[in-house]
Every structure is written in structure tokens, then in C-alpha cells.
Design a protein around this ligand. Structure first.
Ligand code: MN
Length: 233
């Protein structure tokens, strides 16, 4: 009886569609394409429905399909994404680009998921204030990282090996879990700054897109990712 209640409570408090640790540790052979847990219109007006539809059903799906095929051809399907990222320099570039493309977008959709936008946990809030002074300062630094990333890539908030929050960016579909990345840590927020993420609505105005995305960030999800990341330290 107690176990049933505990299970129900655990389900109720989980705001992530899929724990990142589960996604990263599953064997590739057990992966299915991520199910977007909301409608294409759910991120409007900051991100328009057509952008979400193309981004998810074309770009994200293509990364998954190509990664799955290449991982199968190379007999990597017994490995997890985590294992592959940690040694990604040893594999063909397609694994790096498409595996990164698959994982990065799952994180992106999860942290934009409609829900508790004011749900920043007291724990994470305290750490942000200690390390950045305020949430506004963190946002300003992330925006700066997003704007300074030349060409296509991602801006990140991560928990690093020393248990500190860090802000940085990576090119293309690289991420901070990859051995090839100069910027490392466990991702908590990933902002896609490829033009396909914003061009239909914002054209060349990356700054407007990046500014507007903060109205969508689900801080309850980010707080849960932080709790998961701390446990892995
Ligand atoms: Mn993208």
C-alpha cells in the first residue's frame, strides 16, 4: 500500500516527460522518437506554431532517424547516448551531429513545456543568487552567450564537475556532455540558436528570439533537472 502511494506521489511531482538521466542511459536500441508533450501552438506568441511544427517534425525527427540508422550501421545500439557522447570523438561526425541533434532538442522542448513558469525551486533560486547575483543576471549572461555564438549552435546553463552553475555555448549540435566540447557539464537549459529555431517569425533578429524565450522557460522543469544533476555529482 505504501509503495503504491509513494509511486503515485513520485509520478505526480515529476514534471519532466522523461528524466534526462533515463534518456541518457537508455540503450540506443530502446530509444523511440521523442513525443512532443504539447500542441504546436502551445509556445505562441513567442514561438509560432509553424516554426514548432517544422522544427520538431522535420529537423528533430531527421536528427533522430539519421542517428538511429548510423548507430545501427556502426553497431552502437547497445550503447547509451551518455556513453556515445563521452567518446564521440572516436565516431564518425554524423554520430556527433545527429546524436547531439536528437538529445539537444529533447532538452529544448522539455524546458519550454507549458506549465509552471514561476516554479523555480528555493534551492535553485538560492544557488543562482549566490553565483550570479540574480535570475536577471543569469538571463543576461545566457543572452550574451547566445548572441556571441557565431553561426549555428546552442547556449547552455550547466552544472559543472565542481557543482557550480556555468554558462557557455557550443557550435552546431555539440553539447556539454561530449568529449569534443571545451565547455562541459550537465545541461539544465539549452537554447537553440540555429536560424531554423526562429527565422520564420524573427528573421535575422536573434536577440528578439532569445529575449522572448525567457517567457517560455519552465523553471519547475529546470529546477527538477538541477536536482537530478546534483544527485549525479
Ligand atoms: Mn534546432
Amino acid at each position: 500500500m505504501n509503495r503504491i502511494i509513494i509511486t503515485l506521489l513520485a509520478t505526480a511531482v515529476s514534471v519532466l516527460s522523461m528524466a534526462q538521466s533515463t534518456l541518457l542511459r537508455q540503450r540506443v536500441s530502446d530509444l523511440n522518437f521523442y513525443q512532443l508533450p504539447y500542441q504546436y501552438t502551445a509556445l505562441e506568441p513567442a514561438i509560432d506554431a509553424l516554426t514548432v511544427e517544422i522544427h520538431y517534425s522535420k529537423h528533430h525527427k531527421a536528427y533522430f532517424d539519421k542517428f538511429f540508422k548510423q548507430a545501427s550501421d556502426l553497431k552502437l545500439t547497445d550503447k547509451s547516448l551518455k556513453e556515445i557522447f563521452e567518446k564521440v570523438s572516436e565516431y564518425p561526425t554524423g554520430i556527433r551531429n545527429n546524436g547531439g541533434g536528437y538529445y539537444n532538442h529533447v532538452l529544448y522542448w522539455e524546458i519550454l513545456k507549458p506549465g509552471n513558469r514561476k516554479g523555480l525551486s528555493p534551492t535553485l533560486n538560492k544557488v543562482i543568487v549566490e553565483e550570479f547575483g540574480s535570475v536577471d543576471n543569469l538571463i543576461a549572461q545566457m543572452n550574451d552567450a547566445a548572441l556571441k555564438r557565431f553561426g549555428s549552435g546552442w547556449a547552455w546553463l550547466v552544472l559543472d564537475d565542481n557543482g557550480k552553475l556555468k554558462i557557455g555555448s557550443t557550435p552546431n549540435q555539440d553539447n556539454p556532455l561530449m568529449d569534443v566540447s571545451d565547455f562541459k557539464g550537465i545541461p539544465l537549459i539549452g537554447i537553440d540558436v540555429w536560424e531554423h529555431a526562429y527565422y520564420l517569425k524573427y528573421q535575422n533578429k536573434r536577440a528578439e528570439y532569445v529575449n522572448s524565450i525567457w517567457s517560455l522557460i519552465n523553471w519547475e522543469v529546470v529546477s527538477q533537472l538541477y536536482d537530478e544533476a546534483v544527485k549525479k555529482q
